[in-house]
Design a protein around this ligand. Structure first.
Ligand code: PRP
Ligand code: URA
Length: 209
């Protein structure tokens, strides 16, 4: 089975605490989502392939390590996943971006697909699916299923906050997908919201409530 990593870093914990605070406004919330995504990208790209390259410094010739050049893609689950894209692209700027539009039906909590546009060569790319919230896991599981149907094989999932229920469902449905979370919370409430969580990530990023 692939790995599940809860990122245990003081900077991430501090930034997540500010995001959770209901008095944090949209501007700060968005900036923090970007900063945490950058820190998570650093960890999620730890196993990227590298190769040797001869270069000449102002002093001498030397052999350096550079990326082997695997093609990458970042796929946000709309809407809230958009809040993690800039942080990812800050570290992997040559990645292409695909989009999957899903929203949760508020009564059934089942994800409803309304948009899917992937880079044409998605099957050749290592894919980082991003969404701030992994609650029941329905959205992440469906998004990853769609991406697999398009031919992608090497997929990682990054979220800011996960519920145990979502982690379990994602591990069981897609045991080949590595999961990276900034925080693992206690549970879901009766409305499918993560407790303690941070509320509705999409609304807080886009100021829609
Ligand atoms: C949120 C969140 C995830 C989903 C998580 O999106 O961004 O996509 O809920 O819940 P799940 O794990 O139970 O599927 P939402 O459906 O609120 O849509 P939005 O991003 O457009 O606000
Ligand atoms: N989606 C959110 O935005 N927040 C939650 O707590 C659960 C799902």
């Amino acid at each position: 089975m692939a790995k599940t990593l809860i990122l245990d870093h003081p900077l991430i914990k501090h930034k997540i605490a500010i995001m959770r605070d209901k008095t944090t406004g949209t501007k700060a919330f968005k900036e923090l989502a970007k900063e945490i995504s950058m820190l998570m990208c650093y960890e999620a790209t730890r196993d990227l392939a590298t190769k040797d390259k001869e270069i000449e410094t102002p002093v001498t010739k030397t052999t350096c390590t550079v990326l082997a050049g695997r093609k990458l893609a970042v796929v946000p689950i709309l809407r809230a996943g958009l809040g993690m894209v800039d942080g990812m692209l800050a570290l992997i700027p040559s990645a292409k971006v695909g989009h999957i539009g899903l929203y949760r039906n508020e009564e059934t909590l089942e994800p409803v697909e309304y948009y899917c546009k992937m880079p044409s060569d998605i099957e050749e790319r290592d894919v980082f699916v991003v969404d701030p919230m992994l609650a029941t896991g329905g959205s992440a599981c469906d998004a990853i299923k769609l991406i697999k149907q398009k031919g992608a094989k090497n997929i990682k999932f990054l979220c800011l906050i996960a519920a145990p229920e979502g982690i379990k469902k994602l591990q069981e449905t897609h045991p080949d997908v590595d999961i990276f979370c900034a925080a693992l919370d206690e549970k879901l409430n009766e409305h499918g919201y993560i407790v303690p969580g941070l509320g509705d990530a999409g609304d807080r990023i886009f100021g829609t409530k």
